[in-house]
Design a protein around this ligand. Structure first.
Ligand code: DPP
Ligand code: ZN
Length: 842
């Protein structure tokens, strides 16, 4: 199996003017007829008259070039046609079997409805085509299906014809085939309109299965907020008269930005106060925004080749992060995003699948829809924004669209636009795309009483010298800023000197996490405590608390626990018990974040050799210390906050619930199950119900099963809530391989629905102490082997659990290696899984 390399990119010899497709869908087969008008690429100077078209698992019925039988042959993974003119019309008829397609890639069925997923290479499983993002075409799509059975027949663009049992769609904007979509089935429709800034009326439609129609209101409102935010912040409007979203239960990813016809995993559409948590609401809004924002960053300007994936994903994630930050609480959003980045992306950087934000090669492109491409990619865009400021960044965006609207381009093209619009040199900055791994930086400072100078020494420990913004402030002992701004770091070693410092300042480094690096500073324990209480940068308040928790967990002797707990107590008391001193920590969501310990997964990264049991025990010890010290205070705060209030999604209300529920969690661990059970019974929203259920399952107690059963009976008909029901059990400290096998026998467990697999197996694989043993591995491996046949994309995702095997304690390391070898030995191993295993065993 040969990888595909970025350096081997060549232009397509032929391009496409128009593509006319006809789909004839029945229960037992789908006939696809295509009429494609090709022309020689004027930019290519190669003399060739051969065309290769991608095609996988297709049954060719007929083929004509300019109405005559061409000189062609079927080859591996496609079709080769010879002796072609410079312009010609190709007509192909082929048969496919969506009814048997369990890979959820190409055209497939979910609950009897047909839908598609074409990114990255799914279109070639529909018909023969130039399946590459730099070949753009206008599409016209005719759909025929049994009109008794299927009432909704959709594709991209505008509906131009509808007669009994068939529709015709025309999408005027040229697009690559990965943005093609088709949906046929029975759905209920939620409809609304949006008037754009320039006065165009856009029809908004959300299609869901009929029983879900009462859970679409939030998504519709979120969609309108996305349209409005895009106009306000980026000055960008929607370009068609109709925008459709279809939600399906069976989907490999979160959602897909197909032009004018987004297809979503139901998880990211369906919402009601009774069925989703506060975090779910905000995540749903973010994904709806993300897919909408792709209309400009991804669809109108797309990627030249798949190595450029971060061009659209990094940029669009940055934009959706900004959307959420503008609509909710910026600092909390930042804390959550950085926590995800440091927990998962930094770990990916330490794993066998470490790769560049712009990868150099792939065997299976779907393995590169990763935290590195998405989240680290977004951090790089954020640094561009930090350097240029909002105005400069928007100038760069304008130039980018001016230059490339309608094109398929590269990451270099984007950065060049930012550079040219601002006269800013990004040459050295490009290391962020050409070097993998997380940069390590250290910082040491020195205050001189005599000459009142504060000297800062910054040192980079990486292969290359990165170019990045270091946002900082120097604070006096009341927390007032003496100096603040952005240092531009670019050399291996740099010194910055601040003069006229009458008192020794406390530095607050890397505010808002202004670069995705690992920073080691010489801050003392006391300075960190001070920053937890007094830094005006909420991110750094949280981050210093995290560092202190980390020390307390991993090296308890390294810090003074009493002093740290005194500071935490002040943070808690000042705000709630009308104490006399004023704290800067007023935001209850922030207090909740400060009270949340680093996850086991994050702690693993700090270990040379991962010992899951040791980490778990050490973390539990600290939890017990917290309870010992704060139990009374938690009770008081809990009763103060646990008063009936109608549900709202305001920062204030979200913060109240967050803090109340973390108190409940600690109280439950201390044995207060009755309190949790009371909340379980009286909760007026899923957020509080889930929180109480999570509190009840921390250990065995008399309420646990009553609550779980009650939850099941109340929600057994709700697919999304049932995912929570499964995942909460798989994550429980009482779960083990046997109990997971029991869950897999449950009548609502389904192997073919990725959401359900993620909620059972995905969750269990992160339940470290219970998963990491021979039986746990064997369970996972057997599932991977089954998925290799039915859904290799999800199989590869689960295989990635083993990507860290080399860092585990010897016994677990050896066991994981055996699993990798066992999977490698199976017959017909998919490219997806092969690539992951090969990297892991290299
Ligand atoms: N392009 C999708 C998204 O990230 C994933 N297929 O929005
Ligand atoms: Zn995306």
């Amino acid at each position: 199996l040969q990888p595909i390399y970025r350096k081997d990119y060549t232009l397509s010899e032929y391009l496409i003017h128009t593509t006319e497709l006809e789909f004839d869908l029945t229960e037992t087969q789908t006939i696809v007829t295509s009429k494609i008008s090709f022309y020689k690429n004027p930019k290519s100077n190669k003399k060739t008259n051969i065309l290769f078209l991608d095609g996988i698992d297709l049954e060719l019925i007929s083929i004509l070039v300019d109405k005559a039988k061409p000189d062609y042959k079927l080859v591996e993974q496609g079709l080769e046609i010879n002796n072609l003119a410079d312009e010609f019309i190709l007509e192909i008829k082929n048969c496919i079997h969506p009814e048997k397609n369990t890979s959820l890639y190409g055209l497939y069925q979910s609950n009897g409805n047909f839908c598609t997923q074409c990114e990255a290479h799914g279109f070639r499983q529909i018909t023969y085509y130039l399946d590459r993002p730099d070949v753009l075409s206008v599409f016209t799509t005719h759909i025929k299906a049994d009109k008794q059975k299927y009432l909704v027949l959709l594709s991209n663009g505008n509906l131009i014809k509808q007669i009994n049992g068939s529709t015709t769609w025309h999408d005027p904007t040229p697009k690559p085939c990965y943005l093609f979509a088709l949906v046929v089935g029975n759905f209920a429709l939620k409809e609304d309109t949006y008037i754009t800034l320039s006065g165009n009326e856009v029809t908004l439609k959300i299609y869901v299965q009929a029983h879900n129609i009462n859970k679409t209101q939030f998504a519709m409102a979120a969609l309108k907020r996305s349209f409005a935010w895009e106009e306000k912040r980026f000055g960008l409007e929607y370009d068609l008269d109709i925008y459709m979203i279809v939600a399906v239960d069976d989907f490999n990813m979160g959602a897909m930005e197909n032009k004018g016809l987004n297809i979503f995993n139901t998880t990211y559409v369906l919402a009601s106060i009774d069925t989703v948590t506060d975090k779910d609401f905000i995540d749903i809004e973010a994904v709806i925004g993300h897919e909408y924002f792709h209309n400009w960053t991804g669809n109108r300007v797309t990627c030249r080749d798949w190595f450029q994936l971060s061009l659209k994903e990094g940029l669009t994630v940055f934009r959706d992060q900004e959307f959420t930050s503008d609509l909710h609480t910026r600092s909390i959003k930042r804390i959550e995003d950085v926590n995800t980045l440091r927990t998962l992306q930094f770990a990916e950087d330490m794993s066998s699948m470490q790769h560049l934000v712009r990868p150099e090669h792939y065997i299976e492109m779907n393995n590169f829809y990763t935290l590195t491409v998405y989240e680290k990619g977004a951090e790089i865009i954020r640094m561009v924004h930090t350097f240029l400021g909002e105005v400069g960044f928007q100038k760069g965006m304008q130039l980018y669209f001016q230059r490339f609207d309608g094109d398929a381009v590269t990451i270099d093209d984007f950065i060049q636009s930012m550079s040219d619009a601002n006269n800013f040199d990004f040459d050295q900055f490009m290391y962020w795309y050409s070097q993998s791994g997380t940069p390590e930086v250290s910082i040491v400072s020195d205050y001189n009483h005599n000459d009142k100078t504060f000297k800062v020494f910054i040192r980079q420990h990486s292969q290359c010298d990165y170019f990045f913004p270091l946002r900082f402030a120097l604070l006096d002992d009341t927390g007032t800023k003496l100096e603040s701004g952005i240092l531009t770091v670019k050399d291996k070693e740099q010194i910055f000197i601040f003069n006229n410092m009458d008192v020794e300042p406390t530095p607050s480094w890397l505010r808002g996490f202004s670069a995705p690096i690992k920073l080691k500073s010489d801050l003392t324990f006391k300075q960190k405590i001070f920053l937890v209480r007094h830094d005006s940068d909420a991110f750094n308040q949280w981050d210093n608390a995290q560092q202190l928790w980390l020390s307390l967990i991993l090296i308890p002797s390294s810090i003074n626990q009493d002093l740290f707990f005194d500071a935490i107590e002040k943070v808690l008391k000042n705000t709630f018990l009308d104490g006399s001193c004023v704290s800067l920590v007023q935001d209850k969501s922030l207090i909740c974040e400060i009270l949340t310990l680093p996850s086991e997964q994050f702690l693993h990264q700090q270990q040379e050799i991962i010992d899951v049991f040791e980490v778990h025990d050490k973390r539990e010890k600290v939890i017990n210390k917290i309870i010992e010290r704060f139990k009374l205070l938690f009770s008081k705060i809990y009763s103060k906050l646990n008063i009936y209030q109608p549900y709202e999604l305001t920062p204030e209300a979200v913060g109240n619930r967050a803090l109340k529920n973390i108190c409940l969690y600690y109280l439950a661990i201390s044995g207060e199950f009755e309190l949790a059970f009371e909340q379980f019974k009286s909760a007026n929203c899923m957020n509080d119900k889930m929180a109480s259920l999570k509190a009840l399952i921390v250990s065995d107690n008399s309420y646990k099963n009553i609550a779980l059963d009650g939850f099941y009976h109340e929600f057994k008909n709700d697919t999304q809530v049932m995912d929570k029901y499964f995942s909460i059990q798989s994550s429980a400290s009482t779960a083990n391989v046997e109990s997971i096998k029991v869950l897999m026998q449950h009548k609502l467990f389904s192997f073919n629905t990725p959401n359900r697999l993620r909620s059972v197996i995905g969750s269990f694989s992160q339940n470290y102490v219970n998963f990491h043993n021979q039986q746990g591995y064997e369970l996972l491996t057997n599932i991977i082997i089954k998925l290799n046949q039915s859904n290799p994309q999800i199989g590869a995702k689960l295989t990635s659990v083993y990507n860290h095997w080399q860092r585990f304690t010897p016994k677990l390391k050896a066991l994981q290696k055996q699993q990798l070898e066992k999977i490698l030995a199976i017959e017909n191993l998919s490219n997806n899984i092969f690539e992951i295993i090969q990297a892991a065993l290299k």
